[in-house]
Design a protein around this ligand. Structure first.
Ligand SMILES: *Cc1c(COP(=O)(O)O)cnc(C)c1O
Length: 436
């Protein structure tokens, strides 16, 4: 096994000065155990840690890097923007170009506002929804992640009648009580919420492709039903496309499904690896935002010119290259290869759920008749423990998955034949650890 001495030393130091040694919890390897690798540099499909170990990276900064690390065009655009200064706190052209680019291609985004993260985008979109409808409640789905917005850090009570409770210390009961939680893949529960509380619901928010608690593939009919229910009751529909936006198609899931959300949130790919979030939608709703309207929202570093340039270079490249079919094909081949390698070793309870360039290893028997995990309840009981073993067996062999069995893998255009050969060889050996 390769040395991890330097990572261990740095992690010990980091724990003394930062909570858990990290600046976002999942980086700490709590879900898989062991010492997180400190990364020194990254290029293409590879990460290199401070001990000099090289990994094929399927975490890809958790999604933004659809073209891999240090894409030359994004690099050039960012450096060029930076050579003129890196923050003006004033109107500038980069954000105008990016906003025009987006609004001219995504018909459901008539107006857009840039922020610094997906969390901020969600927080702001919810504020607009409440401001527009004068209603108080938001309906969300268990297993969908919407950033660390207070009102979204909640969990369902055991029955429909039971109160939603905070899922984090520090979230007040009052705020938690403004969110309703329903199960994914369950039209009846959503219908019941709208029947009983419909007049109070400002918006329903969902990841149309839930990808933050496993990859919970939804039936089209379910998504359409939720949208119809909201519309019947005068609630707005917010698609949280922070992961899926620009990744599964230029227009994300809204394009794939042919559904026009009232409001939509973006992040990750939209900034090409720089901190950018965005919320947008119907012009009449977005015109409620300050200074055009009464819903306040602001940001000192919003629409940072370097980040805007990186985002625009990324989206332009996405349009000119249109990598979606080849990303999906590459992901399919990689996933099929893993399943075959597992089967060849007599491991029958390994499957990969995937959509576009996202994939998620499912480790355990799936009880549903069709064999697809569509809700939190359907995730195999041993997922966490089995994933931890697979994760470390792969890490030791130079493959870096997102360090949690509930996170998805991210394929990129940088995952070329040599990188995939290396990953396949590593997997064929690593999968042995799932034998028991
Ligand atoms: C990542 C993510 C967020 C939060 O975005 P941050 O930039 O981490 O604040 C919100 N919603 C979804 C669907 C996400 O995947």
């Amino acid at each position: 096994m390769s040395s991890t001495a330097r990572s261990e030393e740095l992690f010990a130091r980091a724990k003394r000065v930062s909570p858990g040694g990290v600046h976002s919890p999942v980086r700490a390897f709590k879900g898989v155990g062991g010492t997180p690798r400190f990364i020194r540099e990254a290029s293409g499909a590879y990460l290199v840690d401070v001990d000099g170990n090289r990994y094929v990276d399927f975490c890809m900064s958790w999604g933004p890097l659809l073209f891999g690390h240090q894409d030359p065009e994004v690099h050039e655009a960012a450096v060029k923007a930076m050579s003129r200064g890196w923050s003006y706190g004033a109107a500038e052209e980069g954000s105008l170009e990016l906003a025009e680019w987006i609004t001219s291609r995504l018909p459901w985004v008539q107006k857009v506002r840039f922020v610094n993260s997906g969390t901020e985008a969600v927080m702001s979109a919810l504020r607009v929804a409440r401001g527009a409808t004068g209603r108080r409640l938001v309906l969300k789905f268990e297993g969908c992640y919407h950033g660390h917005v207070d009102s979204m850090l909640v969990k369902a009570g055991s029955g429909l009648a039971e109160m939603v409770t905070p899922d984090s210390a520090g979230v007040s009961l009052t705020v938690a009580a403004e969110t309703l939680v329903a199960r994914l893949d369950d039209e009846n529960q959503a219908r019941e919420w709208f029947a009983t509380r419909g007049r109070e619901i400002a918006a329903v928010i969902l990841e149309p492709l839930p990808a933050n608690n496993g990859l919970l593939l939804q039936r089209d009919a379910f998504l359409r039903k939720v949208v119809d229910l909201a519309r019947e009751r005068g609630a707005l529909v917010i698609f949280d496309e922070v992961i899926s936006g620009f990744r599964v198609a230029l227009g994300g899931m809204a394009e794939k499904l042919g559904i026009r959300p009232d409001l939509v949130t973006y992040g990750k790919v939209i900034g090409g690896g720089f901190p950018v979030g965005a919320y947008g939608g119907r012009a009449d709703l977005m015109d409620l935002v300050a200074p055009a309207g009464p819903v306040y929202q602001a940001g000192t570093l919003s629409a940072n010119p370097v980040a805007m340039a990186a985002g625009l270079a990324t989206l332009r490249k996405l349009e000119s290259v249109s990598p979606y079919a080849s990303l999906e094909e590459g992901t399919r081949r990689f996933a099929d290869g893993m399943e075959q390698a597992a089967r060849a070793r007599g491991i029958s309870d390994f499957r990969v759920q995937r959509y576009g360039s996202l994939f998620w290893p499912v480790l355990g028997d799936v009880s549903s008749r069709e064999g697809v995990v569509r809700s939190v309840q359907g995730i195999p009981a041993r997922q966490k423990e089995r994933f931890a073993r697979l994760f470390h067996a792969l890490l030791d062999r130079g493959v870096y998955l997102a360090p949690s069995g509930f996170e998805v893998g991210f394929f990129s255009t940088a995952h070329d034949a040599p990188a995939l050969d290396r990953a396949n060889t590593a997997f064929a050996a690593a999968v042995e650890v799932l034998k028991s």
